[in-house]
Design a protein around this ligand. Structure first.
Ligand SMILES: [Zn+2]
Length: 484
C-alpha cells in the first residue's frame, strides 16, 4: 500500500499537466513582456566572463579544468551589424582573440593579436551573415521567445511544479522551454539533439533601465557543464562607438581557401599535405614497404581525404602507423579511418585512454575490437632500411603525454601545437609551450633545420623559430580602444 502511494505521487510530480485556457501564444507574450521593452532596443552592448570546460582541449583528459574566457558583443539592430569578440584560453599559453564582424550583410573574421591567423581579414561573404546574426540574438531570452512565438502558435501550455512548460517537436529532437510560474521569466531550455541532451539555463535576472537580463547563464551537454557565463556588462540605446564596426587597420582581406589536397615532397620519401581544412598540415613518410602518417585531424571524413591523397601518391603501400602528437580532439578525431585500414597508433602511454575513448565515441565497434597501439615513454625509434624516425615525449603545459617526431637525417621536426605560426608568417612572441619546446630541443641537443607545424605556417625555418623565441611582447596588434 505504501509503495503504491509513493508511486502515484511520483507519477504526478514527474508528468506535466496541460493548462486549459492558456495557449503558448498568451504565455510567450507574457514571457516577452516580463523581459521589458526589448522591441525598443535599437542597439546594445553585452559582455560576460565565461568559464569554459572542454575535456578534449584541456591539459589532462582525466582531470579537465575550467578556463576563464570572455564574451563581448556589440549589436546594432537598427543598422543590421554586429561585432562579436571572444577571448579563449587554452593550456600552454594559447589565447584565441577572435573578432566576428557582421556588416553590409557580410560576415568577417579576424584575429586581434595576430598569433593565429596573422593579419588576415577573412571575408566569409554574405551566406553566413544571417545565420550568425540569429545565433547571436538567440542567446538572449527575449529573442528566443520571439522566435518560439512564431513556431508554436496555439499549442497548449503544460505546467509542472513552479514552471510553465512549452514543448516543441523538431527534426533534431524535442525541445522543452520552461518559464517561471510567478515571474514568467524564461529559465531553462532542454533540447534533444540526436543522442545528446543540451540544457541552457538563465538565472538570477537583473534589471537594467527596464530590461531584464540573466546574471547567470550556462550550457550543459549530457549533464556536463560546457560553459557558464556571468554578466559583466549590459547597456542599450546608449552611444555606441561607430568605429567598433570598422575593419581593423593594416589587415589584408582574404577569402577562405579550400584547395584540393595534394602531396608535396619536402625531402626524399617525406611528404607534406598542406591547407587541410584551411589551417592544417600533416606529413607522411615512405619507409619502404609501409607508410607512417602524422595526426588524424578533425573528423573521419577529413582523415579519409588525407588517406586518399596518400594512396594516390604511393599506391599499394599500406599506412602501417599513425603518430598522434597529443590527445586534443582536433588532432585525433579522424583516427578511426586509419585504424579501419589496419594502422597501428604510435603515441605516449598517457594518451592511450583518450584515444580509445575517441575511437569508441566514433564507432561503438571499438568497445570490443582490438586496436593496435605502439605506446612509449620518453623516446621511441622506428627504423627501416631507408628511414629513421624518432619520437620524443616532451614535458609541456599544453597537453599531457605530448610527443613530436624527429627525422635525424633530414634534420626535420614535425609537431602539433608546440609551435603554431600564422600562414601569413606574421610573427608574435612565443608562448609558454613554445619556450618549453625550445628548451627541450637544446637540452636533448636535437639539431634541426626546419620544423613542420600542424597549424598555420607549414614549414618553419630554424631562424624563424629562434626569432619568435627572442621577441619581446609588444602588446596587442589591434588596439581595441572602443572596448572597455
Ligand atoms: Zn592542442
Amino acid at each position: 500500500m505504501k509503495i503504491k502511494n509513493v508511486y502515484i505521487i511520483g507519477l504526478i510530480l514527474s508528468s506535466s499537466i496541460p493548462v486549459f485556457g492558456q495557449t503558448t501564444t498568451q504565455l510567450l507574450q507574457k514571457g516577452m513582456a516580463a523581459l521589458g521593452n526589448w522591441e525598443n532596443v535599437t542597439h546594445f552592448e553585452y559582455e560576460t566572463k565565461r568559464i569554459n570546460i572542454d575535456q578534449w582541449q584541456g591539459y589532462d583528459f582525466a582531470h579537465p579544468l575550467p578556463e576563464n574566457d570572455r564574451f563581448h558583443l556589440f549589436f546594432d539592430i537598427k543598422n543590421n551589424r554586429f561585432l562579436h569578440h571572444t577571448q579563449n584560453h587554452y593550456p600552454g599559453g594559447y589565447l584565441f582573440d577572435t573578432y566576428r564582424l557582421g556588416r553590409d550583410s557580410r560576415y568577417y573574421v579576424y584575429d586581434g593579436i595576430g598569433s593565429r591567423t596573422g593579419k588576415d581579414l577573412l571575408d566569409l561573404g554574405s551566406k553566413p551573415f544571417n545565420g550568425r546574426k540569429s545565433a547571436l540574438l538567440n542567446s538572449f531570452p527575449y529573442f528566443i521567445l520571439k522566435q518560439l512565438l512564431q513556431e508554436t502558435q496555439g499549442t497548449s501550455v503544460l505546467t509542472e511544479g513552479n514552471d510553465w512548460v512549452i514543448l516543441k517537436k523538431t527534426e533534431a529532437g524535442n525541445e522543452e522551454y520552461r518559464l517561471d510560474k510567478k515571474t514568467f521569466l524564461l529559465k531553462k531550455i532542454t533540447k534533444g539533439q540526436g543522442k545528446d541532451t543540451i540544457v541552457q539555463r538563465y538565472e538570477d535576472y537583473t534589471q537594467t533601465h527596464g530590461l531584464m537580463t540573466a546574471r547567470k547563464s550556462s550550457l550543459e551537454r549530457n549533464g556536463n557543464l560546457v560553459y557558464a557565463d556571468s554578466l559583466a556588462l549590459f547597456k542599450y540605446n546608449e552611444a555606441m562607438p561607430d568605429q567598433a564596426f570598422n575593419f581593423p587597420p593594416g589587415y589584408q582581406a582574404t577569402t577562405e581557401k579550400t584547395p584540393e589536397l595534394s602531396a608535396k615532397i619536402i625531402a626524399k620519401d617525406v611528404y607534406l599535405i598542406e591547407n587541410i581544412d584551411a589551417d592544417r598540415n600533416i606529413m607522411f613518410i615512405n619507409m619502404g614497404d609501409y607508410i607512417v602518417l602524422t595526426e588524424a585531424p578533425l573528423a573521419p571524413a577529413v582523415t579519409r581525404s588525407i588517406l586518399d591523397v596518400i594512396h594516390t601518391a604511393l599506391p599499394g603501400i599500406p599506412v602501417k602507423y599513425v603518430h598522434l602528437s597529443h590527445f586534443h580532439n582536433d588532432h585525433i578525431a579522424g583516427i578511426a579511418e586509419a585504424v579501419k585500414e589496419g594502422a597501428a597508433i604510435i603515441c605516449t602511454e598517457d594518451m592511450k585512454q583518450p584515444v580509445m575513448q575517441m575511437l569508441q565515441n566514433t564507432d561503438p565497434i571499438y568497445n570490443t575490437h582490438k586496436v593496435d597501439f605502439l605506446t612509449f615513454k620518453q623516446k621511441k625509434t622506428l627504423e627501416s632500411s631507408q628511414k629513421k624516425l624518432e619520437f620524443y615525449e616532451i614535458p609541456n603545459s599544453h597537453a599531457k603525454g605530448m610527443s613530436f617526431l624527429y627525422l635525424p637525417e633530414e634534420k626535420l621536426i614535425y609537431q602539433g601545437d608546440l609551435l603554431s605560426l600564422p600562414a601569413d608568417a606574421y610573427l608574435t612572441p612565443s608562448i609558454a609551450v613554445t619556450q618549453e619546446f625550445s628548451k627541450f630541443l637544446s637540452q636533448k641537443k636535437i639539431t634541426f633545420n626546419q620544423i613542420i607545424g600542424h597549424h598555420g605556417l607549414s614549414v618553419i625555418p630554424k631562424k624563424t623559430f629562434e626569432e619568435v623565441n627572442t621577441m619581446k611582447n609588444i602588446g596587442p596588434l589591434f588596439k581595441n580602444t572602443f572596448e572597455q
